[in-house]
Design a protein around this ligand. Structure first.
Ligand SMILES: [Zn+2]
Length: 139
């Protein structure tokens, strides 16, 4: 028995846009650039992905990340904020209002600051892996 990658490479025709290595595509997405070619504009607005790269034509709008970026953002922010909160509580035991005044803004800034790059990285991952699906509202 031989092991093969799924889907089989022969079953996937090469896309008409350049396919970057996975780490490169994710890195470009994290920097809000097109994962395929590195063009500057991956987003129009804060989180809306452009429908197509204007340089290479990669169908970025078909990489519908849905709930994955918020999930990854919560995962990352939670692993930063919760240990800090516990450490501060154990070491200084500040009043509740002080903890709230520190950690609510910190959580908001981290979440809003990381959501866009994480969405870009997710789009890069999805584009490279061929995880593209048409918008159901458009059909
Ligand atoms: Zn591009």
């Amino acid at each position: 028995m031989t092991l093969s990658h799924w889907p089989a490479e022969a079953a996937q025709p090469a896309p008409p846009w350049p396919v970057a290595p996975l780490a490169t595509a994710i890195g470009r997405g994290l920097l809000s650039r097109c994962p395929a070619c590195g063009e500057r504009h991956l987003f129009k607005g804060y989180l809306k992905v452009v429908s197509e790269c204007r340089r290479c034509g990669a169908p970025l709008g078909l990489a519908r990340a849905d709930d994955a970026p918020p999930y990854f953002t919560i995962l990352v922010v939670g692993h930063i904020v919760v240990p800090l909160l516990v450490i501060m509580q154990r070491l200084a035991n500040p009043p509740t209002w002080e903890m709230t005044a520190i950690f609510v803004p910190l959580t908001l800034v981290l979440a809003l600051g990381l959501l866009r790059p994480i969405k870009g990285g997710t789009v890069g991952l999805m584009l490279t892996m061929g995880m593209l699906k048409p918008n159901p509202a458009a059909t």
